[in-house]
Design a protein around this ligand. Sequence first.
Ligand code: ADP
Ligand code: ZN
Length: 339
Amino acid sequence: MKHLKFKFSASATDFYADSSFSQLKKIVDQANTVLITDENIFRLHGSKFKNWNCIVLRPGEEFKVQATADAVISQLIKMGADRKTMLIGVGGGVITDITGFTASVYMRGIKSGFVPTTLLAMVDASIGGKNGVDVGVYKNLVGTIRQPSFILHDLDFLDTLPPLEWENGFAEIIKHACIMDVTMFNKLEQQTIGHFRETRKELSNLIRRNTLLKTKVVRQDEFEKGERRLLNFGHTLGHALENQYELSHGQAISIGMTYACHISKQLAGFKETSRVVTVLNKYGLPTYASFDMKRVFEVFQMDKKRERNDMNFIVLQKIGKGMIRSIPLKKLQKIIAGI
Ligand code: ADP
Ligand code: ZN
């Protein structure tokens, strides 16, 4: 079957762009495979799962915890899963994370594959091998970095995707445009979510382009020593807000990107905040918010990008060019308070 091969340090991932779920049985041995999905996807796309071994989890970020991984492991034991068993996560970021995490620890590691079913998971969460579970308010505090054997996209899944999930995906797409692709940013400025939803070819191109952009960054820096940190644009403040308020990931990082633009102005002379804010709003995302600074800074203390009293913060020099800046936490706090 036609596909691309992405080589990583210790492995390679086959990428089947704009493919079909029905192709899955040609890629893997059905009898030795367990699909992991959630109740929503299983209900909406039930016919696809016929003849597959399935573990169906309850949907939602609150189940992205160690207890869910333990429950999956118990079921795998009951199913007689061994080292030859392959786990395939069919779902959004929560499902691909739980699947990747469980596969990396069960019997010290079995193979995994992903069929992302949300826009966000297609362009972001399923790529790069990072997986993890949340611990209390700390997102992805426990996890591993391990590449899946394959990623397969079936855009038919997106037919049932709710509007909020489209916005979530576009938040990460706008992020990619901001840090590394001004051409894509220009295109996003001209288009709307509706246009991409209705024009399959355009949607397919957009998804493929974002997949390639993210893969390129990850391949250069699989274990996040440098360049990969750029992908955290908007995420430092975003994660702190997501934990404390009723915000989706996309909404939280959209606010995070807005504030990061203002911080970029102070630290790197960035002049295009209003363009970024306009695009975020155009794709249904919030930009400014009032929040409890004290609580946000408590979460900053546990951020994986913090090094002692400094935070590695992602700023924009211009649209399409992100940079990493180390900034004292105190200074960061002062700038945010002044926005
Ligand atoms: P992400 O992290 O990618 O945003 P989640 O795993 O948190 O995704 O899923 C978000 C929600 O969307 C969940 O309730 C999930 O069941 C639902 N979902 C995932 N894929 C689809 C789909 N293709 N159609 C409808 N709902 C979906
Ligand atoms: Zn994100």
